[in-house]
Write a protein that binds this ligand. Structure first.
Ligand code: SAM
Length: 262
């Protein structure tokens, strides 16, 4: 190992700290018959211990050189490498039914937000996801209303998943060290949505719209959808800033708009 020059454009920061790797694998608690897929195996820092724990592992990697390296060093019998862009990969092709896929990855930080939304589109296939991400992003994923981290990402991901901050990871755990702090997050899709909406596209559009004006009262961001009186009637104070609204508030507002349009 070590023969591969890390590529910045692929967001390559390889995990080298064995204690962190073991702690992450313990948190994932892989079982032999788990249907596990690793995004961005890189040089195999996580791939090896995962392969030791599951009967078969799938991996999605973009960099051909790394794939060649992995194929030289790891047993093909127990690993299927898909050379693909994870942002376009159809994870449902690996699934064996609803809630079957366990997704793991030390993700390239430049693609982590779009990748999160891509995976959400296939969330019915997913049992859980464990990701190493920039710590700031984990803070936003696990945020609660009324804090500066609470925003579109928090609302849209928490709509589908419970989010748990597992532990922080310092730059020194990687080679080369990234310029930012990292952390591990666990995303567990809800068995039952806590705040279901009747029109998901509308909900997504509304959350987006409201947070583009996060410093203004929510009635400003909702102008296109509802009057202040209608917001009030839905049980939400129209004078609040968007970062004070809960997931349930956003769902209620979206459902109010949908009902008015029906
Ligand atoms: N898992 C390894 C580790 O922990 O050492 C590597 C982590 S590195 C931060 C990210 C990995 O994702 C690299 O191997 C990189 O080539 C790969 N990658 C980057 N963009 C990707 C994409 N769009 N789809 C799939 N893999 C990608």
């Amino acid at each position: 190992m070590g023969s591969h020059q890390a590529r910045k454009r692929f967001g390559q920061n390889f995990l080298t700290d064995q204690a962190i790797i073991q702690r992450l694998v313990r948190s994932i608690a892989p079982k032999p018959d788990d249907l596990m897929v690793e995004i961005g195996p890189g040089q195999g820092a996580l791939t090896r211990p995962l392969m030791d724990a599951v009967d078969h592992l799938h991996a999605v990697e973009l960099d051909r050189d790394l794939i060649a390296l992995l194929q030289r060093t790891l047993s093909e019998r127990r690993l299927t490498i898909h050379q693909a862009d994870a942002l376009r990969f159809d994870f449902s092709t690996l699934s064996s039914g609803p809630r079957s896929l366990r997704v793991v990855g030390n993700l390239p930080y430049n693609i982590s937000t779009p990748l999160m939304f891509h995976l959400i589109e296939q969330i019915s296939e997913v049992r859980d996801m464990h990701f190493m991400l920039q710590k700031e992003m984990v803070d936003r994923l696990v945020a609660v209303p009324g804090t500066s981290d609470w925003g579109r990402l928090s609302v849209m991901i928490q709509y589908h998943c419970r989010t748990d901050f597992l532990f922080p990871v310092p730059p020194g755990a990687f080679n080369p060290p990234p310029r930012v702090d990292s952390a591990i997050v666990r995303l567990t899709p809800h068995d039952q949505l806590p705040a279901p909406v009747t029109d998901y596209t509308l909900f997504s559009e509304l959350v987006n719209q409201v947070f583009t004006q996060r410093r203004k009262a929510v009635r400003n961001g909702l102008k296109r959808y509802l009057t202040a009186a209608e917001i009030n009637a839905a049980g939400v104070d129209p004078g609040l800033r968007p970062d004070c609204l809960s997931l349930a508030d956003f769902a209620t507002l979206a459902n109010t708009v949908a009902a008015a349009r029906a």
